[in-house]
Design a binder for this molecule. Structure first.
Ligand SMILES: *[C@@H]1O[C@H](CO)[C@@H](O)[C@H](O)[C@H]1NC(C)=O
Ligand SMILES: *[C@@H]1O[C@H](CO)[C@@H](O)[C@H](O)[C@H]1NC(C)=O
Ligand SMILES: *[C@@H]1O[C@H](CO)[C@@H](O)[C@H](O)[C@H]1NC(C)=O
Ligand SMILES: *[C@@H]1O[C@H](CO)[C@@H](O)[C@H](O)[C@H]1NC(C)=O
Ligand SMILES: *[C@@H]1O[C@H](CO)[C@@H](O)[C@H](O)[C@H]1NC(C)=O
Ligand SMILES: *[C@@H]1O[C@H](CO)[C@@H](O)[C@H](O)[C@H]1NC(C)=O
Ligand SMILES: *[C@@H]1O[C@H](CO)[C@@H](O)[C@H](O)[C@H]1NC(C)=O
Ligand SMILES: *[C@@H]1O[C@H](CO)[C@@H](O)[C@H](O)[C@H]1NC(C)=O
Length: 416
């Protein structure tokens, strides 16, 4: 549908969740309020990246809807950060706002790992469902460095799968199927075209969210109303409710905002609306992480009569230019991923992102995928496959696998 958004979604996890881990095991225990510093660094890094990206991307989409998942992008980048060396490592670290020093960096990865875990952990009172998955599709003959393999499994719960990228259609089908499964069918076709047969690896991070409103909307109160896109007036269903909810009026950036909670109250949707005389471009241009925080930190509830549109839209784009503009440059050219795979020097050829959201009277479903494609640093790499030439005497066996029965066994000295 052609509604160009006048609202910005800030789909953010309320801060009590972030500060609650990693102790979020006792479901009936009160949520601790003192933020844990290492985790706060990661949460702040995600917020900063979000604001950098919305500024960059909103400019690029020019009046079209845009949705992306900062968390999914951050997780995928962190998995490449874990395998990067030298300049490439430092550049990615800066964009992630990672601390420096090997101990601190180790802590950084662990904090993100436990953040991902606690977002997915479901205390009984939280009914919203979140699934995050990290997948690593690796060219058949390649091996990940053991330390990388260990950490990506241990910290990021990566699922590692070997793939024959020379069988282009099959490779695309396998990855698309994985993405579709992880997003509950919401993103069925991440890759539409065959993949570069020289691909060495695809690293993918998916996110699926499904939450029902704490205060759901009545369908009978939804009415077709006028929506001013900035270019034209369209008619679209606006859902209607009245409730005491958090409200912010920020006269310096000239926006008003509300936060709507999902069932269980750990997750909320913030809606940031520029003043009527103010443009969304100007707002995104000047948006800071503090503004987003302000929306979710507001504890004062006031009685509000609110209308928000039903929504359903998706975005799909490359993040390569945005990430380059933010300072990730060597990763795309003279990359160093020596901590990921030693055998072949490689670089990132593209970072694909796709996201979708559906908002109705009951709640929200939103999903996202970030896929990072790695190719050889220079030209074609021919990795010699293992050789198995039967040019000397051998044994031969013919076997029925279901019953484990050996039908024939032969020792061959002279084949003909
Ligand atoms: C969880 O916390 C409650 C209240 O503090 C306590 O009674 C209960 O034993 C705890 N349960 C576990 C499994 O630690
Ligand atoms: C790549 O990074 C590793 C680890 O940081 C470093 O030892 C190596 O010298 C770097 N390689 C190049 C070509 O810069
Ligand atoms: C990673 O290494 C640690 C320490 O060597 C080991 O205890 C752990 O089981 C390894 N994890 C995986 C997933 O291989
Ligand atoms: C809004 O308009 C559409 C198209 O005219 C119609 O199908 C739909 O039933 C209307 N919805 C409401 C809530 O009035
Ligand atoms: C928001 O705050 C400004 C400055 O305090 C005030 O002029 C304006 O009326 C407020 N807007 C609303 C809707 O309350
Ligand atoms: C607007 O937001 C910024 C950043 O959070 C804050 O510094 C400023 O005080 C806010 N202004 C108002 C009027 O709330
Ligand atoms: C952009 O926003 C700032 C404050 O947020 C405001 O002072 C300025 O007038 C706005 N510019 C335009 C062109 O609307
Ligand atoms: C926009 O309207 C608000 C009141 O709603 C006013 O305070 C502000 O100065 C206006 N901004 C511009 C750029 O005209």
């Amino acid at each position: 549908m052609g509604l160009s958004t006048i609202i910005i979604f800030s789909f953010v996890i309320s801060l009590d969740v972030i500060s609650a881990f990693p102790q979020a095991t006792n479901e009936s225990a009160p949520v601790p309020v003192a933020p844990v510093t290492a985790e706060k660094v990661v949460a702040d890094g995600i917020l900063s990246l979000s604001v950098d990206l919305i500024r960059n991307l909103h400019h690029a989409v020019k009046g079209e809807n845009l949705i992306f998942s900062p968390l999914s992008i951050y997780a995928a980048l962190s998995l490449t950060y874990l395998g990067a060396g030298g300049n490439t490592h430092d550049e990615i670290g800066k964009v992630l706002r990672s601390p420096t020093g090997s101990n601190e960096i180790e802590k950084f990865h662990k904090s993100l790992g436990s953040l991902l875990e606690s977002i997915q952990s479901r205390p009984e009172r939280v009914l919203a469902e979140v699934t995050i998955a990290n997948g690593f599709f690796l060219k058949q003959q390649l091996e990940l460095k053991p330390t990388y393999l260990n950490k990506s499994k241990e910290i990021y719960k990566s699922e590692i799968q070997k793939l024959d990228f020379t069988k282009q259609d099959e490779a695309v089908a396998v990855i698309n199927k994985w993405v579709s499964e992880k997003t509950q069918g919401r993103i069925p076709q991440l890759f539409q075209d065959p993949l570069d047969p020289d691909t060495l690896a695809i690293l993918a991070s998916s996110l699926y969210f499904n939450g029902r409103w704490n205060e759901h909307f009545y369908e009978s109160k939804t009415k077709n109303e006028t929506f001013f896109t900035g270019v034209e007036e369209i008619t679209t269903p606006l859902m209607h409710n009245e409730d005491a909810i958090p409200y912010v009026n920020n006269s310096s950036l000239q926006f008003e905002a509300i936060a709507l909670e999902y069932d269980g109250k750990d997750f909320s949707m913030g809606i940031i609306l520029p003043y009527a005389n103010q443009s969304l471009s100007n707002l995104t241009e000047n948006l800071k992480p503090e503004h987003i925080k302000q929306v979710f930190d507001e504890e004062n509830c006031i009685s509000i009569d609110y209308k928000i549109p039903r929504m359903k839209f998706q975005s799909s784009f490359s993040l390569k230019d945005s990430l380059s503009a933010l300072g990730i440059q060597s990763a795309f050219h003279a990359a160093n991923f020596s901590n990921l795979i030693e055998a072949v020097p490689m670089k990132i050829s593209d970072v694909k992102h796709a996201a979708e959201i559906v908002v109705d009277e009951d709640g929200t479903t939103a999903s996202a995928i970030t896929a990072i494609q790695l190719i050889p640093l220079s030209g074609k790499v021919v990795i010699d496959p293992l050789k198995f030439y039967v040019n000397r005497p051998f044994l031969l066996a013919i076997y029925h696998r279901p019953t484990s029965t050996l039908l024939f066994l032969a020792a061959v000295h002279k084949p003909l």
